[in-house]
Design a protein around this ligand. Structure first.
Ligand code: ZN
Length: 214
């Protein structure tokens, strides 16, 4: 089972990707995790990627492909995977198709989690983060026991710059510019399934499972 998850930052695709991966016993592969892991382990690819990330630049397509292909070699990928944050460009999508085709394989499903920009901005601005231990909360849906204080380390919670409306709007704009061509690409291949990301996490998860197990 090879699945690609599409969805704007804050649409909840990571949460669904993790649950799907667990259900099928396949890895959840997020490019963010791969970057962090390679940088932490000082791999050659990681050192290269860090140069771009440190300058606030996007990691180039070729380097992303190298990192992904390296990850696919791991034994846990033999029965498939859930891709989260990859592919991000048509170049990456085509390179992935080519790579799979060489092994007589292909992507099975592309799930697009749809949430309006307005709702994402609202969701993100309710997030509160602990900069000490990295845990995140939400003022409505995931409240800490004591208002604005981390449950685990008693640090004061903050609204991260990343979650502020202006930053979120900018990221959404970039996301739409990059992703619309991908949506068209997978739609033409008959692989795309759009799902309503405004639904409750468990309700949406059940709908995704019904679809994948159909
Ligand atoms: Zn904390």
């Amino acid at each position: 089972m090879k699945i690609i998850m599409l969805g704007a930052p804050g649409a909840g695709k990571g949460t669904q990707a993790k649950k799907i991966a667990q259900e099928f016993g396949i890895p959840h592969i997020s490019t963010g995790d791969i970057f962090r892991e390679n940088i932490k382990n000082n791999t050659q690819l990681g050192i290269k990627a860090k140069e771009y990330i440190d300058q606030g630049l996007l990691v180039p397509d070729e380097l992303v492909m190298d990192l992904i292909i390296d990850r696919f070699k791991a034994n846990d990928c033999k029965d498939g995977y859930v891709l989260d944050g990859f592919p991000r460009t048509i170049y990456q999508a085509e390179a992935l198709d080519k790579k799979l085709k060489n092994k007589n394989e292909s992507i099975d499903h592309v799930i697009n989690i749809e949430v309006s920009d307005e709702l994402i901005v609202r969701r993100m601005s309710g997030r509160r983060a602990c900069l000490n231990c990295g845990r995140t909360y939400h003022i409505k849906t995931l409240k800490p026991k004591v208002e604005d204080i981390c449950d685990y380390c008693n640090t004061k919670l903050v609204l991260r710059d990343d979650d502020k409306p202006e930053t979120v709007k900018k990221r959404l704009q970039v996301y739409h510019e990059q992703t619309q061509p991908l949506i068209d690409y997978y739609n033409q291949k008959g692989l795309l399934r759009s799902m309503d990301g405004t639904k409750d996490i468990e309700v949406l998860y059940k709908e995704i499972m019904d679809f994948l197990k159909d």
